[in-house]
Design a protein around this ligand. Structure first.
Ligand code: MSP
Length: 501
């Protein structure tokens, strides 16, 4: 059995969870569910980023201490992920002792390696990004390029991480690990940042106290990005338990949004090199979900609450839309109309319709007992192509491709039924053969669709007569044609995805 470790960014707790946060979290959930089906031992990590100026200011505005403030908001993320059926194995908060231990260990290692040195910083800072900008990077009028807000000017004594020393080492490493950052165009973006020249970045602040003190100079607290990135190690036991750390590290995929490429694909690997820690095996970089062409964000006033959308399309309807609509890596335009259109076409009219018509015909023509499939069914080839396409898609962190391949089997099965019209045929071996094939296709579809729509997959699984937990199925065996035994009771039940008009 192999191990598979996947992370999401840890989310700032100055805002409540919105669709932009849900996006990466659902992608990671589907990816890790697929990996469990493939028989791997999985660790799926998400959590919250609770230190830094942005949180300190948000707490002040709310009239609370930062700790009170974060204690109130962090559980809202955990709760939102429960509602969205996210099967994370761990939830890390950067205010936890295990995290502090890891940050102290990583800092000390970089300091001992001579890559952290004292200096003075004067520069322009965007609190929302928790990032310094050069004049060239700012928009006219000293506006942050991401938040379009006026930046602050700071001057203070800081410790610096000597990132400028790592340009060649990073380029060499990426050259030796092609495909580590997916998709390719996002890898090119990361390489462009490295080739463009690397500035040292400060890793401490003296102007705030909401953070982790530097072990060798406690009047400084750790810069929030150095702190935050380390969460991926903290959750493995780094700095505490060598066994669990080496069991899980290096991570298989860091899933991130395109706005945090610099931190994850430039700062982070350099920090790890300095500390003598292995680099991640992979990064999956997603685009943004836009509303009217703008990034969805609290500051933009256009945040969509995912929990409201599930009232309309259900948890699985929402998860499917997020995974299938936008190719991972590119920006997607979110609209309510788009959500409903995708739901109606792929879920109500395709998957839901297939499940309903199979159950109806089996009830009418086969006495409600599912017949076995034919070994030489014309659908067998479609099923094996669906599995191969799904596997390729999940391996490439391309959920929309994995789901398109899965849905190709739904479409092929619907077309097969329309060609054979079993509802017009008298009961007998001919109908049994067609319905056995359709049930077998539906069984395979359920397994392949499980990572995206887990609840629905389990329901279909039970309706075609199984009593087991679909999560216990193992691929590739479960996708092999011929697994439906026949003789099981098939039930129709309520519509899986009622059409939304
Ligand atoms: N706390 C940092 C990450 C630290 S990771 C060591 C942070 N937090 S965030 O809450 O602002 O954003 C987290 C992630 O959500 C980012 O990857 C960002 O790209 C993603 N999204 C936030 N809004 C988004 C959209 N509208 N669309 C898609 N993802 C976007 O950055």
């Amino acid at each position: 059995m192999s191990r598979f470790y996947v992370t999401t960014p840890i989310y700032y707790v100055n805002a409540e969870p919105h669709l932009g946060h849900a996006y990466t979290t659902i992608v990671g959930d589907a990816l890790t569910r697929w990996s469990r089906l493939m028989g791997n031992e999985v660790k799926y990590l998400t959590g919250t980023d609770e230190h830094g100026l942005k949180i300190q200011q948000a707490a002040q505005a709310a009239g609370q201490t930062p700790q009170e403030f974060t204690d109130e908001i962090a559980p809202k993320f955990a709760h939102a992920w429960e509602r969205l059926n996210i099967a994370n194995d761990d939830f890390i908060r950067t205010t936890e002792p295990r995290h502090k231990a890891a940050v102290v260990e990583l800092l000390q290692r970089c300091y001992d390696a001579g890559d952290i040195e004292l200096g003075v910083y004067s520069g322009k800072y965007c609190v929302a990004c928790e990032e310094y900008y050069t004049d060239e990077e700012l928009l006219p009028g000293d506006l942050c390029p991401i938040h379009k807000k006026l930046v602050d000017t700071y001057e203070e004594e800081n410790y610096f991480f000597r990132l400028s020393r790592f340009q060649d080492r990073l380029l060499d490493w990426y050259a030796a690990h092609p495909g580590a950052i997916k998709p390719d165009h996002r890898a090119n973006e990361a390489l462009g940042l490295i080739r463009g020249g690397l500035r040292d970045f400060s890793v401490s602040r003296t102007s705030l106290d909401w953070g982790i003190p530097l072990p060798w100079d406690p009047k400084h607290v750790t810069y929030v990005w150095f702190d935050a990135l380390t969460n991926y190690l903290s959750a493995t036991g780094f700095g505490d338990n060598e066994q669990t750390y080496t069991d899980w590290w290096p991570v298989d995929y860091h899933l991130i949004g395109k706005d945090i490429i610099r931190h994850h694909c430039v700062y982070w690997p350099a920090m790890l090199m300095s500390a003598g820690v292995e680099l991640p095996k992979g990064w999956g970089v997603g685009g943004w979900l836009l509303v009217d062409g703008e990034k969805m964000a609290k500051s933009g006033g256009n945040a969509v609450n995912p929990l409201e959308l599930i009232d309309t399309v259900g948890v699985d309807g929402f998860r499917y839309y997020v995974l299938a609509e936008t190719p991972y890596g590119t920006d997607g335009d979110f609209s309510y109309e788009g959500l409903v259109a995708k739901y109606n076409s792929d879920l109500a009219n395709n998957f839901g319709n297939l499940a309903a018509r199979v159950a109806t015909v089996v009830a009418k023509k086969c006495g409600g007992i599912g017949p076995a499939p034919r070994a030489d069914s014309p659908l067998a080839a479609a099923a094996s192509a669906a599995f191969e396409g799904a596997q390729r898609g999940w391996n490439d962190v391309a959920p929309s491709k994995a789901l398109d391949a899965t849905w190709s089997l739904i479409r092929a099965t619907n077309a097969y039924l329309e060609t054979n019209e079993p509802w017009k045929t008298e009961p007998g071996p001919e109908v049994d053969a067609v319905m056995g094939d359709a049930l077998e296709a539906l069984r395979i579809v359920s397994v392949l669709a499980f990572p995206a729509v887990p609840q629905t997959a389990q329901t279909v699984w039970e309706r075609i007569g199984f009593t087991s937990n679909i999560a216990d199925q193992r691929l590739p065996d479960s996708a092999a044609w011929g697994g439906y035994p026949g003789g099981l009771t098939v039930t129709k039940g309520d519509s899986l995805f009622p059409r939304i008009t």
